[in-house]
Design a protein around this ligand. Structure first.
Ligand SMILES: *Cc1c(COP(=O)(O)O)cnc(C)c1O
Length: 372
């Protein structure tokens, strides 16, 4: 049986020839422009057109895109920024990097995205911005966050790092706030050959500030332009993107159907099905108290898994001083219970059946073993 790792093996094998040719062309171009050249401009134009944003600013990473956006909307030393307690480090780290104060709020226990009610209670007179983050397969409740930002006079930075291509109520992810951020790193939805990020916005000032800072107009000399190889690769990689996402959604639907009867055995699936509004399929995660045993069981059968964000941000040493006494029971629970299973588009139906059978097998024996 072939191993089924969590991250897709040889993800870019089909693009090998084209990629080598692209690198050769950039390398031999008399302009010798390796960073922020014509391919970057073309990618920015394409993403603008695709999302309907007036401006797209391509930079080195999703994290730097977040930092550019936060700085551009006015996050400066002492400013508070409301961020989710469950998620990856850059969400809070980029705030700290600007001298700001991340204020954590808990997430919804089922969709894992920032809970608008929890975010609202975290707002103080020092709050500058709120950063809803789309996670795994669900967009945050952007209409609610828009209303909150409007009513409380906050700026809204939409972390759509993993939601490129998703939409809610007909409006693209990334387009709901004062600025939106995408990551095009290797294991994000579009998937580049390395790192890459994009800020989208309609605001002239925000765009101008992002562009200036990206191009090095900063006292600390920081600059973070996207390179030409990444941009050229991403332009190419957009072909087939919809089909890959559709295949992932199809696999997710099969998982959700197959695992529905396991709720009694203590397994919960995330609501991952398309075409519900605001749903996409980047990561398919299971929630169970027996997460580590399930992971070991799947590993024995050659199936890779991944645990996302086991330690909530406010409990990490880098951010503990910002956490205060607040508690984040949902972020804790999800950190302890989530187990993501493979959902890459190259899985065929047989692979998917094998993964389903392995998960079901674990819970069948688990039910038998439990004393009644
Ligand atoms: C990956 C990610 C980032 C950072 O993007 P990089 O390209 O890895 O720097 C920010 N926010 C979220 C939600 C992410 O998943």
């Amino acid at each position: 049986m072939r191993p089924l790792p969590f991250f897709p093996p040889a993800a870019f094998e089909q693009e090998r020839e084209a990629t080598l040719e692209m690198i050769r062309r950039i390398g031999l171009d008399p302009a010798q422009r390796f960073v922020l050249g014509p391919a970057v401009t073309e990618l920015e134009e394409e993403i603008s057109r695709e999302t309907g944003a007036r401006y797209a600013i391509a930079c080195a990473t999703g994290s730097s895109a977040l930092a550019l956006a936060l700085a551009a909307v006015g996050v400066e030393p002492g400013a508070e920024v409301v961020v989710p307690a469950f998620g990856c480090q850059p969400i809070a780290g980029m705030v700290v990097g600007l001298g700001g104060v991340p204020v954590f709020a808990d997430v919804d226990p089922r969709t894992l995205v920032l809970d608008p009610a929890a975010a609202e209670t975290a707002v103080t007179s020092r709050t500058t911005a709120v950063v809803p983050t789309h996670i795994f397969a669900t967009m945050a409740d952007m209409p609610a966050f828009r209303t909150m930002a409007h009513d409380r006079g906050l700026t809204l930075v939409e972390d759509a790092a993993v939601a490129y291509g998703a939409a809610l109520d007909g409006k693209a992810a990334g387009r709901w706030g004062d600025a939106g951020v995408f990551s095009h790193a290797q294991f994000k939805p579009l998937g580049g050959i390395g790192e890459g990020g994009v800020v989208v916005t309609d605001d002239d000032g925000v765009a101008a500030r992002c562009r200036a800072s990206r191009d090095g107009d900063r006292p600390d000399g920081w600059s973070g332009g996207m390179d030409e190889m990444t941009a050229r690769f991403l332009l190419r990689r957009r072909r087939g993107f919809t089909a890959r996402m559709r295949r992932k959604a199809e696999i997710a639907r099969r998982y959700t159907d197959a695992f529905a009867p396991l709720v009694e055995a203590g397994l919960l699936t995330l609501p991952a099905a398309e075409p519900a509004p605001g749903r996409f399929c980047h990561v398919y995660a299971l929630l169970t108290d027996r997460r580590d045993d399930l992971a070991a069981h799947l590993r024995e059968q050659g199936i890779g898994t991944h645990v996302y964000y086991p330690v909530p941000l406010p409990r990490q040493p880098a951010f503990a001083r910002f956490a205060g006494r607040a508690r984040f029971p949902n972020a804790e629970a999800v950190g302890n219970r989530n187990l993501a299973i493979p959902v890459w588009p190259g899985l065929d139906d047989e692979d998917v059946d094998r993964i389903i059978a392995a998960v079901k097998g674990f819970f069948a024996s688990a039910v038998r073993e439990q004393p009644r």
